[in-house]
Design a protein around this ligand. Structure first.
Ligand SMILES: [Zn+2]
Length: 397
């Protein structure tokens, strides 16, 4: 790094500091008006307004998601994105702190547009509005609709109890609904006239659960019988199960686990003479690919801003599911964690913590880390090249 670069990094830090009122305003106003997934009309409008007032060209409602947006300055590549989330949880408001995620992404984007004019640096800065993380996984839809095709790297920051640069397990998760169709008849008077969909369903449930013994760890197979008939004197003509199937490798999940689960259900249906149909009743989430080079860059910038970074968590306990996973398999991306609270996730206490001085300080710090990291990968192109090569290698392995 040369002297000029150090000056620029110092300028990025002070630009984010000067944006603290904007960051706080976003955090507080979204906290006061929490909106659940795909209802984030106020949040989306507010963020778009701030970005367009600051020279970003804004497109709303991309990927057929009305509350999503793309806001960009510059036309050159690389195009670096800061992803904002802004959906709240029913009943407890911003208990996952997505109001802070929105504030961080906008703060980082504005700072970069001010300190590093895109044309001068030969880059573009994008703030992506990614709605409905908690429900449908807006990013999964945006990935499928090609929104990330012209994005060279994407950054996001999630609040919580510690600073972090990934590690640990984020599951690939597929929801699968399995429906058996048989034929009703009087269970007492004419049982031979019926085809018992519940019998097929129960047999399938048992063989699907037994599958776990012959699958590569780590895997989770959990399910319920959601419908098992109407009355005991009617042979059930319809039975339905819902499973969540999880693995830490989405390709193993899609190519091995799901076909085996379907085979169990088809076998059970055949034994009874039923038909069976499958439906993904929710979005398919991929596991999160960790990019060592992006982890390194972000770690250095945590240190640059003087923030403590605890050792990485490598276990798979507590590993959640995030729609960021799908992004990491189409473009280099990283989700950092930032220590904003001692409250547990998805709680009213966590929501309240997002508007305290500690919460806002943490968001300002996170915006610095994201902006500095975006700067690093643009001025040191070998870093971005390394991340892209890593993705290619992982996709072909
Ligand atoms: Zn969250």
């Amino acid at each position: 790094m040369n002297g000029n670069s150090n000056d620029r990094k110092a300028a990025i830090v002070s630009a984010v500091d000067s944006l603290r009122p904007v960051i706080e305003d976003i955090a507080v106003s979204l906290y006061k008006r929490p909106e659940t997934g795909l209802n984030e009309v106020f949040a989306s409008e507010k963020l778009r307004g701030i970005l367009s007032d600051n020279g970003f060209s804004v497109e709303a409602g991309v990927a057929d998601l009305p509350t999503s947006f793309v806001a960009r300055v510059g036309k050159k590549r690389p195009n670096i994105a800061f992803m904002a989330e802004y959906d709240a949880l029913p009943g407890i408001g911003h208990g996952c702190g997505h109001n802070l995620m929105a504030a961080v992404a906008v703060g980082a984007g504005l700072a970069m547009s001010r300190v590093c004019p895109p044309d001068e640096l030969g880059a573009s800065w994008t703030v992506l509005g990614t709605p409905a993380e908690e429900t449908i996984g807006g990013k999964v839809v945006m990935v499928e609709k090609g929104v990330f095709e012209d994005i060279d790297a994407a950054f996001i920051a999630h609040p919580g109890q510690r600073n972090g640069v990934g590690g640990g397990v984020r599951w690939a998760s597929h929801p699968l609904e399995i429906t058996f169709h048989g034929r009703t008849s009087h269970a007492g008077g004419n049982p031979e006239g019926g085809i018992n969909a519940l019998d097929a369903c129960v047999a399938a449930y048992i063989s699907i659960r037994n599958l776990r013994n012959h699958l590569k760890d780590p895997v989770r197979i959990a399910g319920i019988i959601a419908h098992g008939g109407h009355a005991q004197n009617i042979v059930p003509d319809l039975a339905q199960m819902r499973f969540t199937l999880r693995s830490t490798d989405w390709r193993y999940l899609e190519n091995v686990i799901i076909p085996k689960v379907k085979q169990c259900a088809e076998g059970a249906a055949q034994a009874v003479g039923c038909t069976v149909e499958f439906r993904h009743h929710e979005m398919l989430f991929r596991d999160t690919l960790d990019y060592p080079v992006l982890q390194e860059v972000c770690s250095k910038n945590f240190a640059y801003v003087g923030a403590e970074l605890p050792p990485r968590d490598e276990g798979y306990a507590g590993g959640g599911v995030t729609d960021v996973g799908s992004v990491t398999w189409v473009t280099p991306a990283i989700q950092i964690g930032f220590n904003s609270t001692s409250a547990r996730g998805h709680s009213v206490e966590m929501a309240d913590s997002t508007v305290t001085p500690r919460g806002i300080d943490a968001a300002v710090m996170a915006a610095k880390v994201l902006a500095l990291s975006a700067y690093d990968i643009v001025v040191e192109p070998h870093l971005l090249a390394e991340a892209k090569a890593y993705l290619k290698e992982r996709l072909s392995s």
